[in-house]
Design a protein around this ligand. Sequence first.
Ligand code: BES
Ligand code: MN
Ligand code: ZN
Length: 498
Amino acid sequence: MEFKAIVDPQVKSTAACAVIGVYEDGFLGDAAHRLDAQLHGLIAKTHAARDFAGQLGDTLLITRPAGSKAARVLLVGMGSRRKFGRKQYRKAVQAAAQALLKTGAGDATLYLSLDAEFDLDAYARARIVAEIFGGQNYHVPTLKSGPKPKPARLHAVRFAAADAKGARAAQQGLDVGAAVANGQAFARDLANLPPNVCTPTYLGTRALGLAKEWRHVKVTVLGERQIKALKMGAFLAVARGSVEPPRLIVCAYRGAGGDSAPVCLIGKGITFDSGGISLKDPPAMDEMKFDMSGAATVLGALRTVAELRLPINLVVIVATCENMPSGNAVKPADIVTSMSGQTIEVLNTDAEGRLILCDAITYSRRFKPAAVVDVATLTGACIIALGNHYSGLMSNDESLAAELQAAGVRADDRAWHMPIGEEYAEQLKSNFADFANIGGREGGACTAAAFLAKFADNLHWAHLDVAGTAWLGGAHKGSTGRPVPLLVDFLIQRTHGK
Ligand code: BES
Ligand code: MN
Ligand code: ZN
């Protein structure tokens, strides 16, 4: 889909559809007034006749209204003018996208934000449009037989701005939003694929594909022998139960000068988490194909960064394997030695994410990173704590945590700061090794993060537990592509002032 900012305060668009906002009280902004004048008052009459009340998220499509330059006019309810803000704007844009994608319109011009007064600038408003339209246009890669669903007609979306300055800012927002949606779609595709397709080897191949497609991206995929040579004993302990070989995927994007320290993103890439010998209950075990969502989203963020050519250095590390039971699998009570040299008593083989991540964190040190952020569907406890609204955010660095939290707010992909203190580390005590890989049921998301923190000494490190936010169950079952928007916003912010 193509996104373009235009200057059109007079509402002269000849697009296949003009999209216009109407408030609850029937208020029409300047743009809607101009259009309404062309339509001989049709919009006002429609509102007066109570055919369209302007309730937030309602839409009404009018085809070929007399006087219109556009073949269709889509009215979008903006709700109360007093309450209109960022959240309401997103909802209105979402409704517009949903309705438009069902029409026969090939292109559309959006006047939604032209004279809405609320606290977002043209850049942010436009970015939201591209992100939402891109996201709505995403289709789950199904392996259903039979005819393929037809792609939507809509291929071009124009964003109307009042003046040239606004249009320039809007175009930047559209470009960023579109690239975020592309990165998110990349991540969603990977996470939605079945685990017999999306294996560690497959993830490696897809990462290599990114290097082919994008300049400044280099990818190295390490196999079992090389992972052994690195002494990643914790990672290998998880991988050993499966016939699928593990991979350590290392991607480097160079957008800034050679001497600027990279930001390092680490993704949990368990392509299927059966629990291992500590086998999970059968109901909903299929959902554990999403256990590589962290890996998918850090790769998605890399794709976005490469598309935007951000002036930043970025290293993306993905540790990926299956967690399976077998005669060869790691057992409860086994003690393994991590790459850091610290020994771990594996009391529950289902707490495998932290075992692969701890070695990836240790490995990240060789890049002398400015910051390390790991992304993982790490704990069911995080879902209990935060539901699917917020990602869990833990860090050993208050200012890094604040940066990530603010990025989540701006990108509408929010994270909630949670504690990791000595108290939580206490719960990991072991009589036989340096510590255990589980700390009991209480505060499970925090003890998991406290475990990771033991490997992040002297690093500026943060952890995002996305178990609740990376995918949805029920009727909308599938990957959300979160937290790509948060990560990209965080990285963009880091380029400012440079
Ligand atoms: N991948 C799971 C966490 C998870 C659970 C993600 C449900 C999404 C939905 C993780 O590997 C796991 O099994 N964690 C255990 C840890 C426990 C054994 C300490 C959990 O949360 O139950
Ligand atoms: Mn598990
Ligand atoms: Zn897992």
